[in-house]
Design a protein around this ligand. Structure first.
Ligand code: 5GP
Length: 179
């Protein structure tokens, strides 16, 4: 286990199994269609890379970046687009791929924003869901794991830009935040 970790919440193997399952489910649901997968930078990048390799319908990729927590673990509630999509989504089947739904503010904003661009369909896939912290309701179509109200890192998720490269999903020791 990483020295900064208090516990491993989800192992590399559990992630791999669940991501493969999600890919199979998405492939079934989108049979005969092409998906425009919209990854939310940077946290969803590792998840997206693994997920799309388990999807066997045609896939296009695009990315958005939105403002997030910065170096703290509390949501400001303010969402801002830092990088927008490079292509039109009009008439396309869009699947937003996110790392985690916490308050729901980020996804609610993205969903409302992308819906105005007239996609043929718009669904959400998230690796993690922390329903205990929700401030606004969000309809999640595909969810990897429901987790308790803990700040997690690893497999793309960071604290102050660190730990994204860890293969498991971990809860950090409290003293790490006080450094
Ligand atoms: P929301 O807008 O739903 O509150 O938060 C979404 C974003 O907050 C996520 O995309 C992620 O960047 C960040 N976030 C929320 N909870 C966690 C967490 O437990 N760990 C990390 N590393 N980021 C989180």
């Amino acid at each position: 286990m990483h020295p900064d970790a208090r516990e491993v919440l989800i192992t590399e193997q559990q992630i791999a199994n669940r991501v493969a399952e999600l890919g199979r489910q998405i492939s079934r649901d989108y049979a005969g269609r092409e998906i425009l997968v919209v990854g939310i930078l940077k946290g969803a990048v590792l998840f997206l890379a693994d997920l799309v390799r388990h999807i066997d319908v045609p896939v296009r990729l695009d990315f958005m970046a939105v403002s997030s927590y910065g170096a703290t673990t509390d949501s400001s509630g303010v969402v801002q687009i830092i990088k927008d999509l490079e292509q039109s989504i009009e008439g396309r089947h869009v699947l937003i791929v996110e790392d985690i739904v916490d308050t729901g503010l980020t996804l609610k904003y993205l969903q409302d924003n992308l819906a105005t661009r007239r996609p043929a369909s718009l669904r959400i896939c998230t690796l993690l869901d922390k329903p205990g912290r929700r401030k606004v309701p969000v309809q999640v179509d595909y969810n990897g794991f429901v987790i308790p109200d803990e700040f997690v890192v690893g497999y793309g998720l960071d604290y102050a830009e660190r730990y994204r490269n860890l293969r498991d999903i971990l809860v950090l020791k409290p003293e790490v935040y006080q450094k």
